[in-house]
Design a protein around this ligand. Structure first.
Ligand code: SF4
Length: 234
């Protein structure tokens, strides 16, 4: 694991060790100062959805609308993802949506806030929240959306462009599987082996919106999600 820098001490110290539920984690994440991104963003945008979800999506970071509303995937990319979920035959009621980095990173140009990709230091600083979320989720399939989420979970050598749509064993495929192998059973410290799942990477829905040929890019996203749908149906 990368060392934490002085300017980004990391989220670990903000995670209550006795937090049993995602709601408790969400409440604690509201006060995170694990890196400098909290300073300019409006609020922490934690994951949301079904705690017993069979399918978990991991994206990059909240965008402008997510930052304002405090909810992930409520902007244009989120709308497109919901359409793709429907078109792939996935059940939108049983999913959990989260991001690798929980604060919006942007650059001000005039009055506009322009998205900036998180750096490795932000991904590393925020990763403890993602690990903590996974410790309270029991998905059968994980869908990683885009390069930032893939880096956080699978390591820097993973290439979404080369390996998208491929089902990988989880947590065996993680860069640090030991972070995801055990889940807490109770707040007294008892843990259990995590149920085996599968992970699939695909492009981020915002990449579809930026693509020269949006139709082809969208079809590719739906094709990858259809692989996830089949895996859940098997
Ligand atoms: S981006 Fe993550 S680590 Fe940085 S302040 Fe926000 S929640 Fe904490």
């Amino acid at each position: 694991m990368a060392q934490q820098s002085e300017s980004a001490p990391g989220a670990q110290r903000f995670i209550p060790p006795d937090a049993d539920t995602l709601d408790e984690l969400r409440a604690a994440a509201g006060g995170c100062r694990g890196c400098e991104l909290y300073r300019d963003a409006t609020q922490t945008v934690f994951g949301r959805g079904d705690e017993s979800a069979r399918l978990v999506f991991v994206g990059e970071q909240p965008g402008d609308m997510e930052d304002q509303q405090g909810l992930p995937f409520v902007g244009p990319a989120g709308r497109l993802l919901r359409r793709a979920v429907d078109d792939a035959g996935l059940d939108p009621r049983h999913i959990y949506l989260t991001n690798t980095v929980k604060h919006f990173r942007f650059e001000l140009r005039g009055k506009r806030r322009i998205h900036q990709t998180p750096d490795a230091v932000h991904i590393t600083a925020c990763r403890p929240w993602l690990v903590a979320e996974f410790a309270r989720l029991h998905p059968e399939v994980i869908v990683v959306l885009g390069a930032t989420a893939a880096k956080a979970l699978l390591g820097p050598a993973f290439r979404v462009t080369r390996q998208r749509g491929e089902l990988l064993p989880w947590p065996a495929a993680a860069q640090h599987p030991e972070d995801f192998q055990r889940v807490p059973v109770d707040s007294a410290g008892k843990t259990a082996d995590v149920p085996q799942a599968r992970l699939l990477a695909t492009i981020h829905p915002s990449a579809v919106l930026r693509a020269d040929n949006q139709e082809v890019a969208y079809e590719g996203l739906v094709a990858d999600l259809t692989v996830a749908a089949r895996a859940l149906a098997a």
